[in-house]
Ligand binder design. Structure first.
Ligand code: GDP
Length: 689
């Protein structure tokens, strides 16, 4: 610290900066230096202050939050503005003050002192509403972007949802739907597939934003000034752009490769590695090895969250079939949703392929994972390696595609899905819009993805004359699928069509009209508005080499929920049942702490999911009215919902809780210990090798 600046002044300045819109810890360090020359606050102290201001004393991540106390009732502490009147004149401009909804009159942040200069004085509590209903999506083709979607849980000083102050004032915040975002998104990549796919995505994001992927420096010719770069990156005082991300794996090799390949791009804190992998075992990821690593990953996540001023949500990449991707992800999701309730979540997942497989037990892992997380209700976009592999062979002419090629395809979709969060466009779609539009029932949250044009880098240079209608139609062709299912065996539920490049709203409208005439595109009858459309003029990049790229004139990405995906679940379920019928490989799971009854629960939940698909496909006019009601007023109170509640709150949950209790009460300890002993005695070594 610089001498001559007393702790209280320093702290007051910091706390005022925290109230400023868009100010994260790094900004604060920069601004402090501007005000006091060499005066900085060490990051540990700064983190503590931020927690106090944003999350209340004790803050997120304290032992209390483990019990769910803070997270269930997120709160912020303030005191009347008077106490802050003497703050130095380095505060934000009056214009910024007006834009500061979170600290809108008559409250401001408390300044105080304890061992770091903070006392626990007379705090005023500000409650934050997590339950505001979403009023459904706008009709984008009608040109309205005034979405009323609310974004519930924001960690920073901005919140786009309504806030209820204790004095009864309610602030209606600006929603991001009209502006296209500007609020941060944290990408979390888990397990081998998740981390490798994540690394490819960052390579693409860097290209799209004009950032050098090896070290985060801005490329002067291509740097996107004026874009919402801060959604995915933050800037260091040296002017380097750092990804807002966490890459985590339970063993070191994959993350080490990323470290080698991307050098200085990622902040060291955002790369987490454990010592022992999950050995393609859901139970190891969820109950034993994964549990030990959870706090480490959460620490990395918290650091990234603290660097955000207004976190919009988490985007994940992981596999369903791996031990880390399935088991550890359930644990991480449980923890994150308790610590950041109401946050938007979106996941891009490798689904087990029907014929190609790297692990025999993938059906166990995938179904245990999907059924454990079935009630989250956020979008889980699925693709499989077999379909994506075929796409690379048939459309790109790659004779032996590698994971790198497959990941590059999926990265394009992730890029399109997050585009309007980071590059403003004419018709924007944001994270919350996807779930609102694509998930008609809580469990039916597995949309598939297609992308066009899929063309080789060489032909990319000459592409340009394919019409928007052709591209759109192509996306509904089985040869463009990134997951294996037969579209003729089901009906489409809502779809999102995300256009980018040189495309006008009328071209998009014409293309969607053309879809209605296609004989192979059938929609469920109860869904009156079939398409949600996003248009962004930013041209798509194609990664042609490690650091080179081309730009295509236009592209389309379709995210579609279809009842045809039911068959994929049935096939996977049959594989699960065949193995489980013989109790094959079950001991590896019970040996790590999983109750055998969880296999039965998983099958029961899977059967409910399949029933949901069947009901969705068969629903008629009555279903249409229900869907309308649901969109207008949130969940409806009809018979179906009663049944839904009974299912969710009742039988299956009861059973899960009982097995959780048994586990905690030590009933399975013996079995886990046996597994542990076996592991230590080398019995499992062969398997892992
Ligand atoms: P985990 O690290 O324990 O989660 O295991 P993995 O992530 O390796 O999960 C196994 C599944 O992921 C298998 O279906 C693999 O084919 C697939 N997989 C592994 N690495 C990649 C990758 O880089 N890209 C893609 N698309 N799939 C992968």
């Amino acid at each position: 610290m610089a001498s001559g600046v007393d702790a209280r002044t320093r702290q007051r300045v910091v706390i005022e900066f925290l109230t400023a819109e868009g100010t994260g810890p790094l900004d604060i360090q920069v601004r402090l230096r501007r005000v006091f020359g060499d005066c900085t606050v060490d990051s540990a102290t700064l983190t503590r202050w931020i927690k106090r201001v944003w999350c209340g004393v004790g803050g997120v991540g304290s032992d209390d939050s483990e019990q769910g106390q803070h997270s269930k009732h997120p709160h912020y502490y303030y005191e009347p503005l008077d106490t802050f009147n003497s703050a130095p004149s380095t505060s934000t401009s009056s214009q910024q003050q007006q834009q500061r909804p979170f600290f809108h009159q008559p409250f401001s942040v408390h300044t105080c002192t304890d061992e770091e200069g903070i006392n626990n004085g007379d705090w005023t509590e500000l409650h934050h509403n997590n339950n505001s209903p979403s009023n459904g999506p706008p009709d984008l083709l009608a040109g309205t972007t005034t979405t009323t979607t609310t974004h519930n849980r924001i960690i920073g000083p901005q919140n786009n949802g309504p806030l209820h102050l204790t004095n009864g004032t309610t602030h209606k915040m600006q929603t991001s739907g009209s502006s296209g975002g500007g609020r941060e998104v944290l990408s979390i990549h888990v397990g081998q597939a998740g981390v490798q796919l994540g690394a490819t995505c960052w390579q693409l994001f860097c290209l799209e934003h004009g950032i050098q992927a090896s070290d985060g420096t801005k490329l002067s010719d291509e740097w996107r000034e004026g874009s919402l770069n801060e959604t995915l990156f933050y800037e260091t005082p040296q002017g380097k752009m750092v990804p807002r991300t966490v890459l985590a794996d339970l063993e070191p090799s994959v993350v080490d490769n990323v470290r080698k390949e991307f050098g200085d791009l990622f902040q060291p804190d955002s790369l987490f590695t454990g010592k022992e992998d999950a050995a393609t075992n859901f139970a190891r990821g969820r109950y034993s090895v994964g549990r030990a690593a959870l706090e480490g990953v959460m620490e990395s996540v918290r650091k990234q969250v603290e660097a955000c001023s207004s976190l919009q949500g988490f985007v994940f990449t992981h596999s369903f079939g791996g031990g880390t991707g399935s088991g550890f992800m359930t644990l991480l999701l449980d923890k994150l949703t308790r610590e950041y309730p109401g946050i938007n979540l979106m996941r891009f997942c490798v689904f087990p392929s029907p014929r190609m497989s790297t692990g025999i037990v993938e059906p166990y892992n995938a179904i245990l994972h999907a059924t454990t997380t079935i009630n989250y209700g956020h979008c889980v976009f699925v693709f499989d390696n077999e379909a994506t592999y075929n796409l690379c062979v048939n459309k790109l002419g790659i004779s032996r595609p590698t994971y790198h090629h497959l990941n590059a395809r999926v990265a394009q979709v992730i890029s399109s899905a997050t585009l309007s969060l980071r590059i403003p466009g004419s018709l924007n779609v944001d994270l919350a819009d996807y779930s609102t539009n694509l998930v008609p029932k809580r469990r039916l949250h597995f949309p598939v993805m297609t992308y066009a044009p899929v063309i080789s880098p060489d032909s990319a240079r000459h592409q340009g004359n394919q019409s928007v209608t052709d591209m759109t139609t192509d996306c509904f062709n089985p040869s463009s699928q990134m997951a294996t299912y037969n579209p003729d065996n089901g009906k489409y539920m809502p779809c999102c069509l995300l256009y980018r490049g040189d495309i006008t709203a009328s071209e998009a409208s014409k293309a969607t009209n053309a879809l209605t005439n296609l004989s192979n595109v059938h929609f469920v009858e109860w869904c009156p508005k079939r398409y949600k459309i996003g248009i962004n003029s930013s041209r798509p990049c194609v990664v042609t080499g490690k650091l080179s790229h081309d730009k295509l004139p236009k592209s389309i990405c379709v995210l579609a929920n279809t009842t045809a995906f039911k068959d994929t679940w049935v096939t996977l379920g049959n594989k699960f049942k065949m193995m489980y019928g013989k109790r094959a490989f079950v001991h590896w799971y019970t040996g790590e702490g999983l109750e055998e009854s969880e296999f039965d629960d998983a099958l029961e939940t899977l059967a409910q999911l399949i029933t949901d698909y069947e009901e969705a496909e068969g629903e008629d006019q009555q279903g249409e009215e229900e869907w309308e009601e649901r969109r207008e007023g949130g969940e409806t109170g009809g018979k179906k919902d009663d049944r839904e509640e009974r299912r969710q709150g009742g039988e299956t949950r009861g059973r899960k809780d009982r097995s959780e209790e048994k586990r905690q009460g030590g009933e399975t300890t013996g079995r886990r210990d046996e597994g542990e002993e076996r592991r230590q005695g080398g019995e499992t070594t062969g398997r892992r090798d």
